[in-house]
Design a protein around this ligand. Structure first.
Ligand code: GRF
Length: 314
């Protein structure tokens, strides 16, 4: 079996969604495994289940009144465990901007409503008060703004006559347990962790004529023998938290244009000065590998000795 993506689950309470994620991962074809559970509350009920199932529980300082310190310790535990994805499951604390930025695109959350309807707390009471006939749950990417971020999947749950908040919450939970493992598995399969992304980049880069690889400034760099570097793979370079491919655009003008048109995909890499090197994010959702291949080819052509490039064009 290929290596599975490593998932950390954050909880504050019962942890029934965490349990659903753990049990779904027993399936042989599940692309993730839960390797860490963390809580802002040392007495969270779900922690006993995690321990009983042999999942490591992070040892963290109290969170109350100490968000920065708590999140720093949490990040340390997550990095030490080589975590690829963070799944919030009934985690009742808002994650700080720095934390969210550090794991951009790799944190997801489950929310008990059909977002964008009923963000925040007390969703079931709001659904009943509004007399709605359908509610449900949503799995979404976590961004700085609460309960926003791209929606990855939803499940619908019918409101029944005479429903109470508790009865509705219980049925929504059952639906959540179906939704969360499926969406996480889909996400992981579509957008694999940095190691697998590097393997893919490497395969594409080294498939180009006379291409070779060398570690440079801590980054795997790809160059044309007898020519120049045409690509670098960067992962958390100088702690920037970014996984990306660096390739050569035609110059600073094209670089600026690309970034202006699609600032979520392209960025200007630090430490490259005013050059045409442009960064393409590989951590912001499913990667378009055809697009990456095109860029590698283009960048290779600009870096290869003329004769080789001409031969390649034939
Ligand atoms: C779930 O309803 C989830 O959507 C919400 O909090 C609840 C957590 O339940 N964010 P559990 O701890 O997973 O049982």
């Amino acid at each position: 079996m290929p290596e599975r993506s490593r998932v950390a689950v954050l909880i504050s309470g019962r942890g029934s969604n965490m349990a659903a994620l753990i049990y779904a991962a027993q399936a042989e074809d599940c692309p993730y495994e839960v390797t860490l559970v963390a809580s802002d509350r040392p007495d969270a009920e779900g922690l006993a289940l995690a321990r009983a199932e042999g999942v490591a529980v992070a040892d963290l300082p109290p969170a109350r009144g100490n968000r920065a310190g708590f999140e720093a310790a949490l990040a340390e535990a997550i990095d030490a465990a080589g975590i690829d994805y963070i799944a919030c499951a009934g985690y009742m604390r808002i994650l700080g901007d720095d934390f969210v930025k550090r794991y951009a695109g790799r944190i997801i959350n489950i929310h008990p409503s059909l977002l964008p309807a009923h963000k925040g707390l007390d969703t079931h009471a709001a659904v009943l008060a509004a007399g709605e006939s359908v509610t449900g749950a949503t799995v979404h990417q976590v961004v700085a703004e609460l309960d926003s971020g791209p929606i990855l999947g939803q499940v619908r749950v019918a409101v029944q006559p005479g429903d109470t908040v508790e009865a509705l919450a219980e049925r929504v939970r059952i639906a959540e347990h179906q939704l969360y493992p499926r969406v996480l598995a889909e996400l992981v399969a579509a957008e694999v962790g940095p190691e697998a992304v590097l393997a893919k980049v490497r395969a594409l880069a080294l498939a180009l004529p006379a291409a070779a690889e060398k570690l440079t400034h801590g980054m795997p760099g790809f160059f044309v023998e007898g020519g120049k570097f045409f690509a670098y793979f960067t992962r958390d370079h100088h702690g920037d938290g970014i996984t990306a491919l660096l390739v050569k655009a035609s110059g600073v003008e094209e670089q600026a244009q690309l970034i202006e048109n699609d600032p979520e995909l392209y960025y200007r890499p630090a430490y490259f000065g005013p050059s045409g090197w442009v960064g393409i994010r590989l951590d912001g959702g499913a990667v378009d590998w055809g697009h990456i291949e095109d860029w590698l080819t283009r960048s290779w052509r600009m870096s290869a000795p003329k004769r080789l490039a001409a031969m390649f064009d034939l």
